[in-house]
Design a protein around this ligand. Sequence first.
Ligand code: NAD
Ligand code: GLY
Length: 358
Amino acid sequence: MKTLSVSLGERSYPVYIGQGLLDDSALLTGHISGKQVFVISNDKVGPLYMDRVLALLKGYTCHSLQLPDGEKYKTLDSFETIISELLSHKTGRNATLVALGGGVIGDITGFAAACYQRGINFIQIPTTLLAQVDSSVGGKTAVNHRLGKNMIGAFHQPVAVIADTDVLDTLEDRQLRAGIAEVIKYGLIRDAAFFDWLVDNMSAILERQPEALTRAIKISCENKAAVVAEDERESGIRAILNLGHTFGHAIETAQEYSGWLHGEAVAMGMILAADLSVRLGWLDAGELARARALIDAAGLPVTLPQGISPGDLLEHMALDKKNRDGALTLILLEEIGHAVIRDGIEHELIVETLSAYS
Ligand code: NAD
Ligand code: GLY
């Protein structure tokens, strides 16, 4: 097992990465406060792993809840379901919530933990690659609104992240690829050596070779932990973790959260951000080609979905959380391994970029 730390003073916490962690009772119970534990999952992951998690919690008063599966259920309704369950079981303020699932369950559960009685303890057990390399670390929690993704949320750090790589065995290939998008992101934004390693090892990752997969998760989490430690609440540098996300969230919103997977939309968004960076004269065209080739090699989209116009996407982009005073803020690239935060980009250039991939 590898243990990393997210260094945030008194809110610091460990990220455990390894095989067989779902059989380690002490690892989980060591981070539980109080005697009441509520495990939140969904109707796909729950049947696979809930019993194993509950078996680790002997001696605690445990309840569990399985929400419907899917991004379209990352809503205030699901949030309210959790709160109602907590109240109906007279859950106290010293209880612990456990999120057992991918990024959707992690984000909703974290938001419920942030809000219930003004904030309770929570633990992330991420079960997708995307959640293990990104969403479970860093304390961003949220639900979607019909008009915009992750528009209702809070910063609330977990007290531990337990990433058992064995659970990825049951993950569908498409979901694995979606997680790889966020892995590639770290190479693009701040780790050129990792990008090169990914170019050489993409087939091993796609074949789920344990050594390659574990290394990809560990280096991704190290990158994420370093950025979060520097800027927990995204007043500056943390925004680079959103490379491709302004475009990606616009695609997801335009598809009413029922089309592409989050990672797929982010992959396309990263190509658009790199392409726009080339149009602005900041990035070499050869670097765009390398980024695009790696995303393509991971089996991720390299052209926009049918039926969504550049104008529609630009409209959704106007609601992005990074925007200030109505002006779009974008994460762009100066080279592979170096992202920058920029605003004031001409809308015509953005539309030109979007049109080139429509
Ligand atoms: P997801 O949670 O919908 O999981 C993807 C699918 O895999 C679901 O059908 C899920 O039930 C299934 N699944 C999960 N684990 C499984 C397993 N071990 N075996 C079989 N099936 C399994 O999607 P995701 O890609 O994990 O997360 C995407 C979400 O994460 C988005 O809502 C995105 O906004 C959010 N996100 C948040 C952050 C953050 O910092 N909070 C960062 C990145 C993404
Ligand atoms: N996924 C973006 C962030 O955690 O800041």
